[in-house]
Structure formats: C-alpha cells, structure tokens
Design a protein around this ligand. Sequence first.
Ligand SMILES: NC(=O)c1ccc[n+]([C@@H]2O[C@H](COP(=O)([O-])OP(=O)(O)OC[C@H]3O[C@@H](n4cnc5c(N)ncnc54)[C@H](OP(=O)(O)O)[C@@H]3O)[C@@H](O)[C@H]2O)c1
Length: 271
Amino acid sequence: MSKIVFIGGGNMASCLIGGMLANGFSKRDILVGEPGESARQRIESTHGVNSTDDNLSAASAAEIIVLAVKPQILGAVAMSLAPALSHQPTIISIAAGIPVSALQNWLGEGLKIVRAMPNTPAMVQTGATGLFASQSLAPEEKNIVEKMFGAVGYTCWVENEALIDAVTAVSGSGPAYFFLVYEAMQQVGQELGLDSKTATQLTLHTALGAARLALDADTSPSELRQQVTSPGGTTQAAVESFQDQGLEEIFRTAMTSAVDRAKQMSTDFAS
Ligand SMILES: NC(=O)c1ccc[n+]([C@@H]2O[C@H](COP(=O)([O-])OP(=O)(O)OC[C@H]3O[C@@H](n4cnc5c(N)ncnc54)[C@H](OP(=O)(O)O)[C@@H]3O)[C@@H](O)[C@H]2O)c1
C-alpha cells in the first residue's frame, strides 16, 4: 500500500514531494496519480517516485490522498475518486477556495478532510502553509500532516475554515506581493543609476535580511522600522512618502480582494 497518493503531479505536488523526500519520507510510500504522460515522466525522473494514470487504483491504496489539481477541475476529479474511498483515507486538499462542504459532497460524507494552503517558496523549502482539519485528527494523523508540510517550511493550524481564506490572502498569494515590491525596487534602483544586477542583488539581499532580522527579533515590525529610521533621515523620508500615499490601505484593499476572490471561487467551482 502506498501511504501517500498525490492526485495531480504538477508544480505544487512536485514541491511537496521534493521537500518530503529531503526530510525522511520514503519514495516507496509516495505515488502520484496524473493523466499527463510528460508530467508523469517529469515527476518520476525528478523525484524517483512512482506514478500512474489510474487515479482510482492509486486512491484505493492510499492512507492519505493529497488533491493537487486546479480548483476548476477538482469537483470532477473528486467525484471520480469517491468509489475508491471506502477505506476512509485522510484527504488533504491544497486547492484555493474549495470548502470542506463541497469536498464532502463530492467525495462522500464522514471522511477526514484537511485543507492546506501552501505557497510557492515551498520549492526552496521556505514555504508557509496554513492547515485546517474538518474534524479532529488522531495525534499520529496530525503529526504526519505537519511533517509533510513542515518538510517545505513553516506550518500552522487555523481553528475555523474561514481563516483559510485569510491564509490565502497573506501567505498563499503573498509571494507575489513581495515580487511586485521587488520589481518596483529593482526598476527604481536602475532609474537611480544602478545596473540591473546590482539593483537586483541589493533588493533581494535586503528582503532576505529584513525577513531574517524580523524572524530572529522579539520585536514588533513598527519597532524594527523605528530602529532603522533616524529622525529627519533618508528612511524617514521614504517611509512617510509610503504612509502619505496610504500603503496600509492599499494592502487592505488588495488582500480583501484576494479573500473575495477565494469566496467567489467557492461559488464558481464548488456549487
Ligand atoms: N501554485 C501555487 O502557488 C499554489 C499555492 C497554494 C495552493 N495551490 C493549489 O495547488 C493546486 C495545484 O496547483 P499547481 O500550481 O500545482 O497546478 P499544476 O502545476 O497545473 O498541477 C496540476 C496537475 O494536475 C494534473 N491533472 C489534471 N487533471 C488531472 C486528473 N484528472 N487527475 C490527476 N491529475 C490531473 C495537471 O495535468 P495537466 O497539466 O495535463 O492538466 C497538472 O499536472 C491548485 O488547486 C492550487 O490552487 C497552488
């Protein structure tokens, strides 16, 4: 029996499998169900795990099933798996916006369902994943879920399902916000005379250093900011400009849009 079956062998499945194998999971315990031949070849050659185009037989042999397909097709894929789940495997869905209620409708009532919201830095094992369980998991089940996602970075559990949309808005979509800031700082750095490589390296090392400093310090972000802001200095001039232009409100509006979109996806793809 393969303990952990991934349905969908794309980017996120590959990130998770890579992290899991680097953190003590065995290739023999992982199987990938994926219809695309090239995706199957890619995942087999990258990670040395087995794959199959037969989702149903893969699911029937699983202790844990990770649903790693796009939200648009999750309903059809989940319904096709339902006949293979009488042995009550734990289901983990990483799809944005698809609620437990829809998954239960498609897969069958009574299954233990975990919603996980990872992010793409999982590729370099510095991801952040929010987890929600539809019903309480046995300690060993909770432990294995934490180990799977802990293999690719930070994990936390949230107490109610609505908070998964908040996790989506903060960390699921979050890497793109930082890439947007990276793009802007790199561009303006060049306009100020730096060459592209220098502007890029200075921006990225500043992001890395700021994150490391904040993670290591037992200090609020506003205190950290004040520590690097001398009165009347250059940082103060820039920070006041951001604040005058309503930076916090810009983030509030953007992240609320991400939550609204997650809710809309639940209507579009799960009703
Ligand atoms: N990427 C992110 O940042 C991120 C973050 C958090 C959560 N997620 C969630 O992760 C999930 C997967 O995203 P992804 O970026 O990994 O997408 P992806 O790279 O497109 O991977 C999905 C894979 O599923 C395959 N597939 C299609 N139909 C299938 C079927 N019937 N059975 C099994 N596999 C099938 C696809 O094959 P084809 O290409 O041949 O169709 C593709 O290889 C999504 O639900 C997304 O919301 C992604």
